[in-house]
Design a protein around this ligand. Sequence first.
Ligand SMILES: [Zn+2]
Length: 480
Amino acid sequence: MKSCNTILRGTVISMDTDRRSYLNGYVAVEAGKIVGVGAAGECNFEGQETIGGDGHIVIPGLVNVHGHLVQGCIRGMADGTTFEERLFGFYYPMTGACDEERSYISSLPPILDLIRRGVTTTADDHFTHIHKRSIDGVLKAVRDAGMRCRMARLILSDPDNAPDGFREDLDVGLAETERIKAEWENDHTTVTASTIGITYCTPDEFKEIWQWTVDNDRQFDVHAPSVLDTRYLKERRGWERGSFEWMDHEGILGPNVIAAHAQNLRPGEADLISKCGAHIALVPDMEQVLGLVEFDARSFLDAGVTCGIGLDGPVVAYGHDLWTALRAFLTAQRLGDQHRKQMKDSDKQWTGYEMLFGSAELALELATIGGAKALNMDDKIGSLEVGKDADIVLIDRRGETQLSPPAALIPNLIYGNGPSAEAIARVMVRGETVVENGEHVTLDRLDAIRQSDTLQETLLDEVDARKFVRMRSPYNWVDA
Ligand SMILES: [Zn+2]
C-alpha cells in the first residue's frame, strides 16, 4: 500500500481519453496531484483522509470558459431593458465606478456561484479600467476563493463603442497588462491581453494586441461576431463578409484565438475556424435567454472545433450557473435544429425514429475536458488522470431526490440543473479543499451578500442608474 493525502470514493467519471467511468471507483491525491484512479477493488493507496463512498459521485472540476465577474453589481439588471439602455445606462457606469475594493465586492457573489457548484476554473474578460486597479480587485477575489483563472485584460479605443474614460491608448493598456501579469501570475492564474471584438479598436491596434498574445504565448480572447460587428464591420473595415473571415484575412485566426458566442456565422466560417485551429467559447444559456433561435454548436463539433461552455457576465447570465448552461447547450441546439428544419421543409412528419442532438454526457464533456482544452489547460486539468492537478468535485447525492434513482445519473445531473450547493461535499483545486459541504472554507457567504447589496445601492445613486431598476415592471412596488 502507498500512502497519499486523500482518497475520494464513489462513482468516478474520469473524462480520460477512453472516458473510463467507474461505478465504484476511487481517486487518490498526493501533494496536489492525482496519483491513482480506478476501480475501488484495485485501490492500493492508503489515504490520511478518505471521503465519499456509497451515494457519491467524483467528477473533474468544471471549467467556465467565458465571463465578466465584475458585473456582479448589475446582476440580472438586463431583464426588461434594451441593449443601448443597459450598455450605456448602467452597465458601463456602474462597473466603471468600481475601484479595486468595489470590484472585489462585486465579483465575490458570482465567484461563489461558480465554486460552490463545482466550477474550479474560470476565464474572465475585464474591460472597465476607469480605475486601473479594478481588475486587481477581481483577481484578488478569485485568489481568495482558491479558483483558477485565465484573466484577459481587454483594451478598448473606439470612440463610438466605449464611453469616455473607458478608452485607452494601446501602450497604456499593454503596459497595464504587463503589470498585472507580473503581479498576479502564479500556479492558479494566467493573464493575457485582448479586446472585446474586432470593432472596438483600429485594425492595427487589434493586430498589435494579437501579436502581444503570440509573443507571450497566451490566448487571444474576443467576442466574435460581437454585437457591434453587425453595425460597424462594413462601415469601419469596408468588409462585407464575416468577423472570422476578416480575422483570417488579416492572418490572425489561429490556435491561440478563443472566440466567445460565435453565432450567426456565414456559411463556411465553422470550417474555417476548424482549419485554423481556433477555439470557441459557447454561451448557450445567455443565447437562449436572449432568444437566439438559430443557436448552433453542432457545426463546430462536427467540424472538430475545440469548444467549451461559458456563462458570460452576471448582467445577462441570470443565476450564473454553469449547470444551467449545460442543459441550455442541449436545449438551445435542439430548438435551433428544429427552427432550421421548419425553415426548410415545414410539413415533414415526425416518425419517432429521430435522434435529438447530443446527450447529457456530451454536455459534461464540454464542461470538463472540453473547457480545459478550449483554454489550453488540458495538460493540467479537465480530467481525473494520474499526473494531472487534483481539481476535483465530490457530490453527495444521498439527499438529492432529483438524482434518485441512479440509472440515468448523468442525464439527471445535466437536465436537473446539477446538484444543489449543499450536495457539493468537497471541491478541491490542486488538492486544496476550497468548498466543504456546500460552503466555502474561508469566505463568508452572508457577508459577501451583505456587502454586494450595499455596493449596488451606493452605485445606483452614484451614477444615476436607479431609473433602470424595475424600469418596465407591471407590478406596483411599495417602498414605505
Ligand atoms: Zn462576454
